[in-house]
Every structure is written in C-alpha cells, then in structure tokens.
Design a protein. Structure first.
Length: 209
C-alpha cells in the first residue's frame, strides 16, 4: 500500500507516546544511529486525525522522513533507520543479523502481550475482565523472559536493534509490572543496568509514565 505524506517540517519527525515501548525502541535506535528527529507526542486513545491520516491503524510510532513520507510499524522503522545510517542498527553478517532480528521480534512480542494485558484491565469494567485470558497472556511473557535468561544476549560496545528493543521492553516491564516480573529474571535486570551504564544517553529514552 502507499504511504501517506506529512506536510510540514522538512526534517525527520516521530509521532510517539512516552509510555510506548515501541516508541522508545525507535527513539533509542535513531539516537544510537545518530539520526536527529523532531518529537510529536501523540495520544492514541483519542485517535487524532493528525495520526490516522498518516497511519490508518492509528498506532505509534510513525516516522516521518525528510520528504514527508510516513513510515509505520516499529520494525519497519528500524530497518529504515538502519539503511539511512549505513548499517548501524543491524550486523552485516547474515547469521548475526538474523540473531538481531530474532531478538527484536522476541522483545516486541513480549510488549505485544503486555499491552494486551494492560488494555484488558484498562478498557473493561472490573467485573468483565477475563482473568484466565490475562494469565494466558502473562504466561507468554514469562516464557519469553525465561528463554532470554537461559540464553542471555551479550551486550557488546556495538549494539544492534535487538538489544535496543530488549531494553525498551524491560523499561515497559518496569513501568507497568514492577514487582511482578523480576522474580526469576534478575539476569535481565542486571543486563538493563549494564546497558544504562554503557549508554547513559540512551537510558533516558526508555518508557516513562
């Protein structure tokens, strides 16, 4: 399908929300790749026309290119940013690139089930919340976290989009599920702390309330 175009500033712009882990991933990726951008905080709950005209799904983040083209879905955006930065977000080696893409997919998948969990409680009256369904979603996140702890991603000085996606996902866990997710996953807590020590300029971009 064709992409909508944004008429306005002629420099990259990102439509985002502070709590969104996908927005955090894209902003961290752009900052790490050295690609400057303008921020446009967006409330997806009200589905403003300024957003839906760019992404008919009404989701964030949306990246607006210099030419005004709207790019959406965070994984599409990280691939675009990788090309724009000359390959700073994904390894060139095919096997290592696949590892990076797989880690990004796992991190995004964790966020998918966490958001489903959050919205079930947020959008339904308490008496209609489907607890069994919530537990099923939570079990998916726990399995993924367990798998990551069993085979912890290394944290080299040169990171990739997979590492960035994982840091954004952990940030979202800390934001929405503090006190619930950490048990049995202390390796990931330590991994996030090391990430922040190595890249303090990126740590400030993790999801916030």
């Amino acid at each position: 399908m064709g992409c909508a175009r944004f008429v306005g500033e002629t420099r990259p712009k990102v439509f985002w929300s502070p709590a969104s882990p996908y927005s955090a991933k894209v902003r961290i990726a752009a900052a790490y790749a050295g690609l400057p951008f303008v921020e446009a905080t967006t409330d997806t709950g009200s589905q403003p026309e300024s957003l839906t005209a760019l992404n008919p799904l009404g989701k964030i983040p949306v990246w607006i290119t210099d030419e005004g083209r709207a790019i959406f879905d965070s994984r599409v955006i990280t691939q675009y940013l990788n090309r724009e930065s000359g390959g700073k977000l994904f390894p060139r080696n095919p096997a290592k690139r696949l590892d990076a893409e797989q880690l990004e997919a796992v991190a995004d998948g964790i966020c998918d089930v966490l958001l489903a969990h959050v919205y079930e409680r947020r959008m339904r009256p308490a008496e209609k919340v489907h607890e069994e369904w919530l537990e099923r979603q939570w079990s998916k996140a726990v399995r993924a976290l367990d798998a990551l702890c069993a085979d912890m991603p290394k944290l080299p000085q040169k990171i990739h989009a997979g590492h960035i996606a994982l840091r954004a996902a952990i940030g979202y866990l800390d934001l929405r599920f503090a006190g619930k997710w950490e048990r049995g996953h202390t390796k990931l807590k330590r991994w996030a702390a090391r990430f922040d020590q190595k890249f303090p300029e990126l740590a400030r971009l993790v999801p916030t309330a």
